[in-house]
Ligand binder design. Structure first.
Ligand code: FPP
Length: 253
């Protein structure tokens, strides 16, 4: 990241783009990127981290407030053990190499997902990153790691059930706000825009509750090839979308 001091995106370009408040990204296609070049899948993941670093920089420069990236899903455990271990190590390496820069650039990091099945040392690392950046007021970078939307809603349901069983909450008092407050994403706005790379057109258990009114843009590039021109192209598509939220008139986000 070359973001200190902050470089702003070209002002005219920014003026004609609608900037999402919360951008979600399903970073897909690292394996295919590698295969197409006769490389190991793990090399694709390494390039994927570079692309993530670039996206963080772009998000800061274009004024996005919240960025959530899907980096390991609860379903990814079915991959070969070595690849799972490699992705876990990538998280550790990303934190080791980028934490100071993220702090300097006022980025707050949140890591959402289930802690079940994670090694205690990884849980400590996650807690440490969150604690060290908690007072930062710039971009909120949310890393969905060991995350699944169904598991998140199930966990939220369990938390609410505990409150009801203890007599602290009445079933008739449960509202959408109660559920939202029990999700991992509590306190974050819903994503306005979700991008998925690599040509796949699925949600794959990403932010299921939160994506109720998100716009989706699917791009053909594999994640390591997603660059500033892809990013601007997506924002241009998003800027032309007519968001009605179930109503009849276009809304601005
Ligand atoms: C999707 O490509 C990518 C993943 C499941 C792993 C994503 C990890 C990164 C981009 C690195 C970010 C990292 C961290 C941990 C901070 P794929 O393997 O599904 O590709 P394929 O569909 O072509 O096989």
């Amino acid at each position: 990241m070359s973001i200190d001091p902050a470089i702003n995106a070209e002002p005219v370009l920014r003026q004609r783009l609608r900037i999402p408040v919360h951008l979600g990204v399903i970073m897909d296609g690292n394996g295919r990127w590698a295969k197409a070049r006769g490389k190991m899948r793990t090399e694709g993941h390494i390039e994927g981290v570079k692309s993530l670093r670039n996206l963080v920089e772009l998000s800061i420069n274009y004024g996005i407030a919240h960025l959530t990236v899907f980096s390991f899903s609860s379903e990814n455990w079915t991959r070969p053990k070595d690849e799972v271990a490699f992705i876990f190590n990538l998280l550790r390496r990303f934190v080791a190499s980028d934490l100071q820069r993220l702090i300097r650039n006022n980025v707050r990091v949140r890591i959402i997902g289930s802690r079940a099945g994670l090694e205690p040392s990884l849980i400590r690392l996650i807690d440490d990153v969150e604690a060290k950046t908690v007072d930062n007021t710039g971009l909120v970078l949310v890393i969905a790691f060991n995350y699944g939307g169904k598991a998140e809603i199930t966990d939220a349901t369990r938390k609410i059930a505990v409150e009801v069983a203890a007599g602290r909450l009445k079933p008739e008092d449960i509202t959408e706000a109660t559920v939202e407050a029990a999700l991992y994403t509590s306190g974050l706005p819903d994503p306005d825009l979700i991008i998925r790379t690599s040509g796949e057109q699925r949600i794959s258990n990403f932010l299921l509750w939160q994506a109720a009114y998100s716009e989706f843009v699917f791009v053909d590039e594999n994640w390591p090839d997603f660059d500033e021109s892809s990013f601007v192209r997506v924002l241009e598509i998003f800027s032309r979308r007519d968001r009605r939220f179930g109503g009849i008139e276009a809304q601005t986000s």
